[in-house]
Design a protein around this ligand. Structure first.
Ligand code: UDP
Length: 242
């Protein structure tokens, strides 16, 4: 995406409306460009600071969407606000709704065995016209057979839900070999599409408190969520430096 990116602690974010992002994605699929979309949240930004390979995989993606209100706070505090928050899962849903109108094909990669199958059923019911061209769980040992399976299915869109930074590194490593239109690293989205994990109700999402809802429904996330205050501390330190 040819657009000046907004830097938040070393990760460059695109600032697009949902419609612009979906239009761009449709274009990539028409070109069968194997373009990569990543959707970092504050936790992934912090991970990129510790892990240069992850940072390179994220920043080299064709589209970098701010997932989570924390990134927007960070950008605002740094004096370069980002207008649009585009959670990866919302982007994928909007894109699949548009794909359904044109009978396009999606491949679901990731999550525990059985989850992608369940997601396939629900997505085909939710978006009539969309074809799930294939599925594979995210706990495979060898990459080559999975790539072969994906290529045989010739999907327009590939969902890659392997967790961060595995999914970002995997997409970067295999982009040149994958016969797909577009791919996106979407973390826990497969579990949500399968109906195994519920998203926060709209009120919480609008209030920017989805992270808090997720914490309450899965307290084991506390360790990971401690990255959010750390992220804000680093943002404030960075602002002082500016
Ligand atoms: N996962 C996977 N393969 C792995 C590690 C993780 O398929 O080797 C899946 C895991 O089952 C889960 C998703 O990746 O469905 C990551 O979920 P997480 O909650 O970490 O996602 P995020 O918080 O990044 O959205």
């Amino acid at each position: 995406m040819k657009q000046q990116r907004t830097d938040v602690l070393g990760v460059g974010f695109n600032d697009l409306t949902m419609e612009q992002a979906v239009d761009w994605a449709m274009e990539q699929m028409q070109r069968h460009a194997a373009a990569r979309v990543v959707t970092p949240n504050p936790e992934i930004v912090m991970l990129c600071r510790r892990n240069p390979a992850a940072a390179a995989a994220v920043n080299s993606a064709e589209l970098v969407l701010p997932d989570g209100v924390g990134v927007l706070y960070g950008a605002r505090i740094l004096g370069r606000p980002i207008a649009n928050r585009l959670p990866g899962i919302d982007f994928a849903s909007a894109l699949m709704a548009r794909m359904a109108q044109q009978n396009m094909r999606v491949f679901l990669l990731g999550a525990k065995p059985g989850v992608a199958e369940a997601a396939a059923k629900r997505l085909e019911a939710q978006f009539p016209g969309l074809t799930v061209a294939g599925v594979n769980d995210g706990y495979f040992k060898e990459d080559a057979p999975v790539i072969e399976k994906i290529n045989a299915a010739r999907p327009d869109f590939l969902l890659v839900c392997l967790g961060a930074p595995k999914q970002e590194l995997w997409m970067q490593q295999y982009a040149a070999q994958l016969d797909v239109g577009l791919m996106a690293g979407l973390g826990g989205a497969m579990d949500v599409f399968a109906g195994n994990v519920r998203r926060a109700p709209a009120f919480w999402r609008r209030a920017g408190l989805e992270w808090f809802y997720r914490l309450c429904s899965d307290p084991r996330r506390i360790g990971r969520m401690m990255q959010i205050p750390k992220f804000l501390l680093v943002v404030f330190a960075e602002r002082r430096k500016q």
